[in-house]
Design a protein around this ligand. Structure first.
Ligand code: PPS
Length: 309
């Protein structure tokens, strides 16, 4: 009997064909999640990482892929070829993602890998499988200022054919403010990890800091991981993870996901990579309403976000 050839990630998505659709969201503990994630929730919640596994947690579109690339390069001493061994979602699986077969879920990919693994999640703190903290795993959280995060998510929802329809931008702002988008409230997300960062030894980073001084932030991550790389290797990592280089890197730019899922002709995954793009999208009136609501939703914490104004 001939063994069936294992499908590549891209082939599996192509084979899923018409099963790909804009999936509805279903709430788990009040957090809207893509329906396939909700159907598989018990196995996601029961996931037991190895203590050596590293979690990269973000609200969608806050700088996940950038951080995954930096960490992979740090763990491979800046070896660009080693980090081109597979596309981002295979090198660094997305813990909770579940799609129609034969697309492997995040858990399927993780099962096939030996620790230490680099695990991506968009789950808010309260939905992270508790074994991560029982096993004292390290975790990096990246936060991005709300309005840029919203704009990036809007374009992503236009091009990602598995996410709910974003609808008009004005209504999208409202859904962001009320926590109706997939993975829930941005406000709860950034606050949830902020409150726990000291107790759980979470490295809390900001996208705007990474843009301002990528080398400083790469070095911060390196120290958190107890690594010590040469100045030359650090410079190389900063260069390899520039927006331009990642946009041109087929193993980092999500060209691995074919157009029935990510239609990059609508908006590229590596779209602009800038701070302050919200100014090109929010009207003065929308800015006023958003900022007033922001003050209310964020009044109980003092997270040093920049670029709100
Ligand atoms: S996802 O789908 O949630 O994993 O997306 P995520 O990777 O978190 O966010 C995508 C946004 O990050 C930008 N990006 C970068 N910015 C600067 N430098 C580098 N190297 C980089 N890599 C990705 C990407 O362009 C998306 O932001 P926008 O504002 O849409 O361009």
């Amino acid at each position: 009997m001939t063994e069936e050839k294992e499908l590549s990630y891209k082939e599996a998505i192509e084979k899923a064909g018409s099963a790909i659709t804009r999936f509805p969201v279903i709430k788990i503990q009040d957090v809207p999640l893509m329906s396939h994630i909700a159907y598989n929730w018990d196995s996601i919640w029961a996931f037991r990482p190895d203590p050596s596994d590293l979690l990269i947690a973000t609200y969608p579109k806050a700088g996940t892929t950038w951080t995954q690339e930096i960490v992979d390069l740090l763990l491979h001493n800046g070896d660009a070829d080693a980090c081109k061994r597979a596309p981002t979602p295979v090198r660094s699986p997305f813990l909770e993602i579940c799609s129609p077969p034969p697309i492997p879920s995040g858990l399927d990919l993780l099962k096939k890998m030996d620790p230490p693994r680099l695990i991506k999640t968009h789950l808010p703190f309260k939905l992270v499988p508790p074994a991560f903290w029982e096993n004292k795993c390290k975790a990096i959280y990246v936060a991005r200022n709300a309005k840029d995060n919203l704009v990036s998510y809007y374009y992503f929802d236009l091009m990602n054919k598995t996410q709910p329809e974003p609808g008009p931008f004005a209504g999208y702002i409202h859904k962001f403010m009320t926590g109706e988008l997939s993975w829930g409230s941005w406000y709860d997300h950034v606050k949830g990890y902020w409150m726990e960062r000291e107790k759980k030894n979470i490295l809390y980073l900001f996208y705007e800091d990474m843009k301002e001084n990528p080398r400083r932030e790469v070095e911060r991550i390196m120290r958190y991981l107890d690594l010590s790389l040469s100045d030359e290797v650090i410079s190389q990592i900063v260069e390899l993870t520039s927006f331009k280089n990642m946009k041109d890197n087929p193993m980092a730019n999500y060209s691995c996901i074919p157009s029935p899922v990510f239609d990059q002709s609508i908006s590229p995954f590596m779209r602009k990579g800038e701070v302050g793009d919200w100014k090109n999208h929010f009207s003065p009136e929308q800015t006023k309403i958003f900022d007033e609501d922001y003050e209310k939703q964020m009044k109980d914490v003092n997270i040093p976000f920049r670029s709100l104004i």
